[in-house]
Write a protein that binds this ligand. Structure first.
Ligand code: S3P
Length: 175
């Protein structure tokens, strides 16, 4: 079983992917980390030297590779991965979960954690807030395609435990 976590930047895909994977003793792979490791460049460097289009090509290639070669893994995708139509043939092969957060929640996280995110790293707080507004509207229909939608609010431990309980149910239905 491959579980993919999808959602906007700052929705907790990497953090909760790690915590949940630890609980189930599963492997966890972060697509952005996998791209950086294989390309030997940061996401910022890829955007700066080759542009977003090239990043999207790499993202698609490595997503397909992971989905074809891995099993029993939690895949934390990038915020834009499910918003590329051509990535859905791969995402459909996984059990996808949308970690859904409000604008307010995302804004408080992203304004403090923008340095490694090329789409927002040069924006001030007002612009980040605007970008979340417009991008959430255009991206939500893609995120909502996920097999499961999970309201990703609450403290770290509470949220991780709720997500594990949700996954227990999802896993039991697949047995
Ligand atoms: C992106 C999200 C990032 C990363 C890249 C583009 C996006 O991942 O893939 O900067 O388009 O939303 P995170 O969601 O992990 O920040």
């Amino acid at each position: 079983m491959i579980i993919s976590l999808i959602g906007f930047m700052g929705s907790g895909k990497s953090l909760y992917g790690r915590l949940v994977a630890e609980h189930y003793a599963m492997e966890q792979i972060d697509l952005d980390d996998f791209i950086m490791k294989n390309e030997e460049k940061t996401i910022n460097e890829i955007f700066e030297s080759d542009g977003e289009k090239s990043f999207r090509k790499l993202e698609r290639r490595y997503l397909n590779e992971l989905v074809e070669t891995k099993n029993n893994v939690i895949l934390s995708l990038g915020g834009g991965t499910p918003c590329q139509e051509e990535n859905w043939s791969a995402i459909r092969k996984t059990t996808s979960i949308y970690l859904k957060r409000t604008h307010h929640f995302l804004f408080h996280i992203l304004k403090a954690k923008k340095a490694n995110r090329p789409l927002i790293k040069n924006l001030n707080d007002d612009k980040i807030s605007e970008l979340i507004n417009t991008m959430l509207v255009s991206r939500a229909p893609f995120y909502e395609r996920a097999d499961h939608v999970f309201d990703a609010y609450g403290s770290k431990i509470v949220l991780a435990n709720r997500l594990i309980r949700k996954l227990d149910v999802i896993k039991s239905k697949r047995l």
